[in-house]
Design a protein around this ligand. Structure first.
Ligand SMILES: [Zn+2]
Length: 338
């Protein structure tokens, strides 16, 4: 408790300092107070070990940076996990055009995306940041103070990608692709912010953007949609699914075993005990029992991916592709899933 309170006090002190220091940088954006700032709503899903205190601190820092760019951010913390009871309220409602989604993940698994060091963005609505990056970069004797600031800057950067488009790195400010000691020094005094040009673009984007695809299934663009998984299961499946490098998105649905059997019957797919796929719907169904045995899980999920990779319903064809996926998965993906 003591350390938390201390962190809070120091955080406020830093914001004061940042406000003053900011005046020394006329090249950066400082819109007038009475500017009608467009509002963006960010739904946050925390899959990491980041504590609520760290998360709130990160939101404040990211919010401050966005405010300097002339944007008002509203943060909605959403429940995660397959068995979240009760209604999810604001997280379930139909999205507005200016809604963005942010995942706070543990650590990176694959190197497929831009920015895998501190996060990545799937334009135009999904951003992810890695809590462990912030935790690692924070000085150990000052982690309570530094981790939320670093995480907040990473959040602002990735949200920047969502509003600025994919090729939006710059040589100055917070959209620099690499952060080294110089950027960290600026970041700690609150000066790693959006440039004037970027700020203007972001405000325009926030005012005019329209999310034109179907929500939420269109949300994940190239990421697989995984329904009903624990965090560990999702990490494992995401990793394995990225190996096949399929261009179209797959959906994986994990079902309690009795439910799985019912659906399997409806699909007239009786060949596999704990998994089956619909090539047409691009959907893989797994029984929750699958996760009791790692070897079986690996064998089955890669087999199903083999069907998609070969676009074939024949087991032999699927197995040829599956064999290759298995080898890569053993090298790259978590070797333990529960
Ligand atoms: Zn970036």
């Amino acid at each position: 408790m003591k350390t938390q309170r201390l962190a809070k006090v120091r955080f406020v002190a830093l914001l004061g300092l940042a406000g003053i220091a900011g005046l020394a940088f006329p090249g950066m954006a400082f819109p007038a107070e009475n500017d009608a700032s467009p509002t963006i709503t960010v739904q946050i899903y925390n899959y990491s070990l980041a504590s609520p205190t760290v998360l709130v601190g990160a939101e404040r820092e990211a919010g401050r940076i966005l405010r300097m760019a002339g944007l008002r951010a509203v943060w909605l913390e959403c429940p995660v996990g397959p068995f979240t009871p009760g209604p999810q309220g604001h997280c379930e409602k139909a999205p507005e055009a200016t809604d963005l989604r942010l995942r706070v993940l543990g650590a990176p698994l694959t190197n497929k995306f831009q920015d895998t060091v501190f996060g990545f963005a799937v334009h135009p609505v999904l951003a992810s940041v890695y809590y462990e990056y912030a935790a690692r970069r924070a000085k150990s004797d000052d982690a309570d103070f530094e981790a939320p600031i670093i995480l907040g800057c990473a959040i602002a950067h990735e949200l920047g990608h969502l509003l600025l488009g994919t090729n939006s790195h710059s040589d100055a400010g917070i959209m620099q692709p690499r952060w080294e000691s110089n950027q960290f020094r600026q970041l700690m005094i609150g000066n790693l912010v959006f440039t004037t040009e970027q700020s203007k673009l972001m405000r325009e984007q926030a005012r005019t953007r329209i999310v034109s695809f179907f929500w939420p299934s269109g949300l994940w663009a190239e990421d697989p949609v995984i329904i009903g998984a624990t965090q560990q299961q999702e990490q494992f499946l995401t990793c394995v699914l990225h190996i096949s490098d399929d261009d179209d998105r797959l959906t994986v649905v994990i079902l309690e075993h009795q439910k799985f059997l019912k659906i399997r019957e409806a699909f007239h797919a009786h060949k596999t005990k704990l998994a089956f796929s619909s090539l047409l719907a691009r959907r893989i169904y797994l029984s929750a029992r699958m996760f009791r045995d790692y070897e079986m899980l690996l064998r089955c999920i890669t087999h199903e991916l083999g069907h998609f990779a070969t676009q074939s319903v024949y087991e032999g064809n699927a197995e040829i592709a599956a064999d290759r996926f298995r080898k890569i998965a053993r090298q790259r993906c978590p070797s333990e899933v529960q």
